[in-house]
Write a protein that binds this ligand. Sequence first.
Ligand SMILES: *Cc1c(COP(=O)(O)O)cnc(C)c1O
Length: 390
Amino acid sequence: MTGRAVAAIPVPLFDLHEQHDALAAELDAALRSVTDSQRFILGPEVRELEEAVAERLGVRHAVGCASGTDALLLVLRDLASRHGVSGPMSPSGDTPEVVIPAFTFFATAGAVWNAGLRPAFCDIDEETFNATAHTIGARVSARTVMAIPVHLFGQMAEVERIRGALDVALFLLEDGAQATGARRRVGTVEVPAGMYGDAAALSFFPTKNLGAFGDAGMITTNDNGLADRLRKLRVHGGQKMYHHEFVGTNSRLDTLQAAVLLAKLPHLDGWLDARRRNAALYDELLADVEPVRTPVVAEGSWHTYNQYTIRAERRGELRAGLAEQGIGTGVYYPAPLHLQPCFRTLGYAPGDFPVAERLCGEVLSLPIYPELGEERVRLVAGAIRRFYKA
Ligand SMILES: *Cc1c(COP(=O)(O)O)cnc(C)c1O
């Protein structure tokens, strides 16, 4: 193709059509089998998916729920109730605290608050964008009951070091929403995201590594008691109809979504390989572009690139320049959570977490979806090179 023809192809930040078109017949059949059965609420596909995910991750239990946000919230609510807390947080000095990164999607912090617990924000590592044993450890207090490392952009946080920095009694909840399929070498074994913590939250939001036709989420854990309580929490706090051991909610994984996810699961590894190929090509093509820093992969980490996030000088101008050429980008995230208006009462101030605050002005996520392919990666990288040469 000529340069002109290539430049005319717009490159969206993500495009779900190609993946869908390739599997449309399979997915239609999966949906059709649910509609034929009319078993919409906790139909057999939900349990099948739970078992498939549990087996893949090597955990005892997987509990489907309505979204990744709810996966976090249900675990947090269970912990909160064991600390005598119920309902959204009302700021007071002795509210139990949960350490979370200041640089993540809002859901991590919102779930803590909605469970009645106090978010204790921490800074992140500027290379991996993740909270570390050091940044989390620095925020642990006598009131800390849990830490939530987030596997941001598809790369696992250093879970084993974080575990080592925490008192054994503290609950470790992995926010694996962006990292389904990621792994990390711990000692001599490869640990998948969602296996190492006391529990983990996964999201199947359509643009995550494994995406449903809407909202869906899952909790993984090896804790029998917790799994049992979560299965009740998602159906109003009881196993038997009209007998409620505690106050739960309605947060079931929809059977139609489970059927879609079951059909997609066998393709996950291929999609992750494709994301990684796209990332490797960006790494190569952008290596000598001085004003751009490509993502850093930690030693022993198998990154899944749910986002390919660079740090760019003159980010705003670059982003506008790419948009003019039909290239979509995203800013995840433009503001750190400790400075969000809704958390004013927690008393944070600019300067509290300098790395998180600085990165909010530098990060830019490039198109990386599995079907993107070499030609479009070259087009995006070429446009970035030209921007900085001009
Ligand atoms: C997407 C996401 C969530 C929430 O998942 P939903 O399924 O959208 O509710 C939580 N945490 C992180 C880090 C996420 O990226």
